[in-house]
Design a protein around this ligand. Structure first.
Ligand SMILES: Nc1ncnc2c1ncn2[C@@H]1O[C@H](COP(=O)(O)OP(=O)(O)OP(=O)(O)O)[C@@H](O)[C@H]1O
Length: 255
């Protein structure tokens, strides 16, 4: 018998309180490399608070986080990013007037030397080529990397936000409600982006209220209610209705 692989990410006893408000209680969670895991639950269940702890945006009030069996503590989202954990929030945090390549490399621009070794200028050509490579990896057909992001569709903007995560070599990509603001066609594009990430070996943590998206994409579903994890199982055979019922039964228990 083969030993189960060490999880890429493990949470043990994670709690998060904001003053007297307990948002997350005693959550244990193991995420394996290459999985797509959906985190579901009603409003106020604690999904965002849990994600903020994993993404380095908030410190946990209790518990530990490990990556590949080694304890880690993320002091900031940048710190999490340098450990290979990237989070894409609903607003995508893109600069609409800047071009695709400027958004992909925002805060981590590539430079090249000119004349003297200590004199460097932005390496626009390389940033354009790399951005093109990331988007091609996601099967997104945009050729002009100088196009401002405000002229892209919602799905294409998600692709730019994901490309930024890829630029950091993120292994774990956390997506907060990626299809919430999108129409049918754009939603299909984003679901394809997530499938592509999985096919390329990335691990995806997905917060979603859309049970159809969850059934279509996730390998495993985690359902939270009143800060606790009360379901953690493979998606095998579950329907969107099953998931909705599970969420509601969790609410009834929490009430
Ligand atoms: N910064 C904060 N200060 C105080 N309370 C907070 C803060 N952030 C979240 N909470 C509370 O923590 C609880 C969990 O909220 P959280 O946003 O994590 O849930 P959620 O499942 O993501 O909900 P939603 O689906 O509505 O985003 C709620 O009672 C919420 O009011």
């Amino acid at each position: 018998m083969t030993e189960p692989a060490t999880p890429i990410l493990s949470l043990r006893g994670i709690g998060k309180s904001y003053g007297p408000v307990v948002a997350v209680r005693e959550v244990d969670l193991d995420i394996h490399a290459g999985e797509v895991v959906a985190i579901c639950g009603d409003n106020g269940a604690g999904k965002s608070s849990l994600i903020k702890v994993i993404s380095g945006a908030e410190e946990p009030s209790s518990g530990t986080i490990s990556m590949r069996g080694k304890p880690v503590a993320f002091a900031s989202p940048h710190d999490a990013l340098s450990h290979g954990v990237a989070t894409i929030y609903q607003d995508l945090a893109l600069a609409p007037r800047l071009s695709i390549y400027q958004n992909v490399f925002m805060g981590s621009e590539l430079t090249r030397p000119v004349l003297l070794p200590f004199l460097r200028v932005l390496d626009k050509a390389k940033m354009i080529a790399e951005s093109q490579r990331f988007l091609a990896q996601l099967s997104v057909a945009i050729t002009d990397m100088t196009r401002p992001v405000e002229r892209l569709s919602g799905g294409q903007r998600q692709a730019v936000a994901i490309s930024r995560a890829l630029r950091w070599n993120a292994e774990i990509i956390i997506m907060d409600e990626p299809t919430a603001a999108l129409g049918v066609k754009e939603t299909a594009l984003v679901l394809d982006l997530i499938r592509k990430l999985k096919a390329d070996g990335h691990t995806v943590l997905l917060i979603s209220h859309n049970m159809r998206d969850v059934v279509a994409l996730a390998d495993r579903v985690v359902i939270m209610g009143a800060g606790r994890k009360f379901v953690d199982r493979p998606i095998d055979g579950l329907t969107a209705d099953d998931l909705s019922h599970m969420i509601m039964s969790g609410n009834a228990r929490a009430a």
